[in-house]
Design a protein around this ligand. Structure first.
Ligand code: IPD
Ligand code: CA
Ligand code: CA
Ligand code: CA
Length: 255
């Protein structure tokens, strides 16, 4: 079994668990003032972490709900067991599972799975990006004015002025629309698929972005931080685009 097929199979198992939980249970807890977590986030993470520990016991893991497994290893798995928990908890049908693998500083593979639509987005460095059996390519939208883009807001939105509101208002007026769908990993997969022309956000975590970022790169898109400088999963201000509108978007964010 390759590492990619392992990640795909594991994401599918976690997806089944999410669908099952959606039909049965809906207990929510607050992690902070606005961030909810459900028992399904934890169950999904336990399933994924257990699978990695069984199959790759020497690999390190960083997962959102506390599944940090330290190992002296160049391999690090970045796991978001349920991206879009707020949506999930309210029954809004836009959430995903995100699994990425890095070797030292290099992203090797990324999988984002939308179990409701049975869309499995996957990418391997140098081998392209896919949705199920279909090769992905970013859009050819040439200008910001003709684009549909997406963003998100941090959980500490209400307590800080650096919360993306000004940028959101500006971009809403200069594009054909800004979507705030609530799963950064799936937003990035949609950029890779050409359904969105760009996504920008701040205060994202490595488990939110790593898999989706590789999807965008392998679909021919561009990644940077908000200033246009090189981005890595530990940089919390991401711009991911089809490449063609990237500079215009960076300039608009910086105003
Ligand atoms: C959140 C989602 C959301 C983004 C937040 C993330 P979670 O992740 O990706 O779209 O705006 O910044 O924290 O908590 O649902 O896994
Ligand atoms: Ca997340
Ligand atoms: Ca999550
Ligand atoms: Ca969360």
């Amino acid at each position: 079994m390759t590492m990619l097929s392992f990640a795909i199979e594991t994401a599918r198992c976690a997806g089944a668990l999410l669908l099952d939980g959606l039909a049965r249970r809906r207990t929510m807890e607050l992690k902070s003032a606005y961030e909810v977590v459900t028992e399904i986030d934890r169950d999904s993470e336990a399933l994924i972490v257990a699978a990695i520990r069984r199959t790759f016991p020497d690999h390190a893991i960083l997962a959102e709900e506390g599944g940090r497994v330290e190992r002296e290893s160049p391999f690090l798995w970045l796991i978001d067991p349920l991206d879009g928990t707020n949506n999930y908890a309210h029954g809004f049908p836009f959430f995903s599972i995100s699994i990425a693998l890095m070797e030292n500083d290099t992203l090797l593979l990324g999988v984002v799975f939308d179990p409701l639509r049975n869309e499995l987005f996957s990418a391997e460095r140098g081998a392209g990006a896919w949705c199920n059996e279909q090769r992905l390519r970013v859009s050819a939208t040439p200008t910001l004015a003709s684009s549909l883009v997406s963003t998100g807001f941090p959980y500490d939105y209400a307590t800080t002025a650096d919360n993306n509101t000004r940028q959101f208002t500006r971009l809403q007026a200069r594009t054909q629309g800004v979507r705030r769908a609530g799963s950064a990993a799936l937003d990035l997969a949609y950029v890779a698929a050409g359904r969105l022309d760009a996504h920008w956000e701040l205060r994202l975590k490595p488990w939110d972005t790593a898999a989706g970022a590789l999807l965008v790169l392998e679909a021919g898109g561009r990644l940077s931080d908000w200033r246009g400088a090189p981005w890595n999963p530990w940089n919390d201000r991401l711009v991911a685009s089809n490449g063609r509108i990237h500079d215009e978007l960076i300039a608009a964010l910086a105003e």
